[in-house]
Ligand binder design. Sequence first.
Ligand code: G3P
Ligand code: CA
Length: 319
Amino acid sequence: MRIRPVSAVTSALLGLSALFLAAPQAQALPAAAPAAKSSQTAAPLVIGHRGVPVRAPENTLASIDEAADLGITWVENDVQRTKDGALIVMHDTTLERTTDARRRYPGRAPWKIADFTLAEIQKLDAGSWYDRRFAGERVPTLRRYLQRVDHNRQKLLLEVKAPELYPGIERQLAAELQRAGWLNARHVRSSLVVQSFSAPSLKAFHRVRPDVRTGFLGAPKPAELRSYAAFADQINPNHKSVTAAYVRAVHAVRGAHGRPLEVSAWTVDNGDRAVALARMGVDGIISNAPQVIEEALEEATDEQEEDDGPLSILSFLGL
Ligand code: G3P
Ligand code: CA
């Protein structure tokens, strides 16, 4: 998780305070100074949901390139399996909405991914439905997608989509990640989180690769969080169900790797809502318009720092 640094002025003043104030006073400072504390709060990570689908077709290489161009490091995707066992990146369990499958393969409704081979899927146009500028964009294999994320120096929140349709996909995913070089120490430590709406699937993946961080998509009751923490590091709910109390409850439980469970809320495209969620303490915000959310959070941080300006910091330090 990225920590937004405090401003240079705030940092210098807080450093000065450490020199001037005796330890008991310094310890008492946070409780008496909520504004100063807010300047040091970790800003949530902003994650591009399926890339940047407000600018490029979702779950394509173009979409993650767009994210890279905007300086968005983390992207989210959805992984499913073809009839002949290839892992590909697509959200819907059918091909119809985000490709030209209906035109190219008439008579094969409802165009389930699982009914088509990789060769058939790779003939599809996954860009024209979105905009003619993206004509010829292909449905990426997971392998090519991982290569591009690496090439762009990005990081990946990988969703195992509808795993009940693809028995054994967890073990297969682990093998594919391994082949692609995504299970080395660097990726495992800082570049990969595997998430799913399916607790059984996450448990299965965690059994195969307990070193990889995982996220459960949903909002289990606080009393149930400990059971999820046995196999998850994140609890990622629909943003509508997030409250400050819920975030506190999640953070109070340690996840599968011994650190407090994190919260990434989806799908947030409104800047004000993102700022409200940041103030509730969420760790991540998953958005179709990550650049809008980044800007809103930066603006809110700047305003906060102005409010926390040198005079107010000096006054609550008693200097
Ligand atoms: O990452 C959260 C979000 O992707 C879950 O919903 O339907 O967009 O996969 P969905
Ligand atoms: Ca998803």
